[in-house]
Design a protein around this ligand. Structure first.
Ligand code: SF4
Length: 192
């Protein structure tokens, strides 16, 4: 969308935060608008932009994820998304912390059946163990037909639960995987 100044909505909102800071300094007699705008734009100037949908609730606000060298450096509301028009609620604004957060666990913790203590494991061990257990359970419980002779190709022995930290794309892949395995109990934390 073009504003009357000739700026696009996206360009305008990109500079809005920096312009506000410049206005405060302007009250003190400094005109730092160009400097502040340049600083704000510089941070994401060479970053790659990907569109996504906020993972937290079913409103489904659009967001832009900026990445540089394969790392997320910024997430903000998508001004071109007709639903939220660049805005995000306080929860959506915290999306960045899903990727960068000192308090987030980054190792696998495993508690064996019946055990009371957690053990630290590596990712290779965890992925192999999960794959092994899913395959064993699916193979032993897979039904091609139900009691009425109708083809169902499903397992009722595995349930899949998505979490709020999964983004739209991860949820899509997890649903695809679950359905390909024949899982029928598919749920998401946001709905329960
Ligand atoms: S930004 Fe807020 S309202 Fe929008 S989808 Fe995320 S949690 Fe829901």
């Amino acid at each position: 969308m073009k504003l009357s100044t000739g700026l696009t909505r996206r360009t305008f909102l990109k500079g809005a935060g920096a312009a506000a800071a410049a206005t405060i300094l302007g009250d003190l007699g400094f005109d730092l608008t160009p400097v502040a705008l340049a600083a704000q734009n510089l941070r994401i100037k060479t970053a790659k932009e990907n569109m996504t949908v906020c993972c937290f609730c079913s409103v489904g606000c659009g967001a832009i994820v900026h990445t540089s060298d394969g790392k997320v450096i910024n997430i903000e509301g998508d001004p071109d998304n007709p639903l939220n028009q660049g805005t995000l609620c306080s929860k959506g604004q915290a999306m960045y912390q899903l990727t960068k957060n000192k308090r987030r666990l980054d190792t696998v913790l495993y508690r064996a059946p019946g055990a009371k203590d957690w053990q630290t494991k590596d990712w290779d061990w965890a992925m192999k163990e999960i794959a092994k257990r899913v395959k064993k359970t699916r193979d032993s419980s897979f039904m091609e037909m139900d009691e009425a002779g109708i083809t169902v190709n499903r397992t009722e022995a595995i349930a899949q639960l998505g979490g709020a930290a999964h983004d739209n794309e991860e949820c899509y892949l997890l649903s695809k995987l679950g359905r390909a395995l024949g899982i029928v109990y598919l749920e998401h934390q946001a709905r329960i």
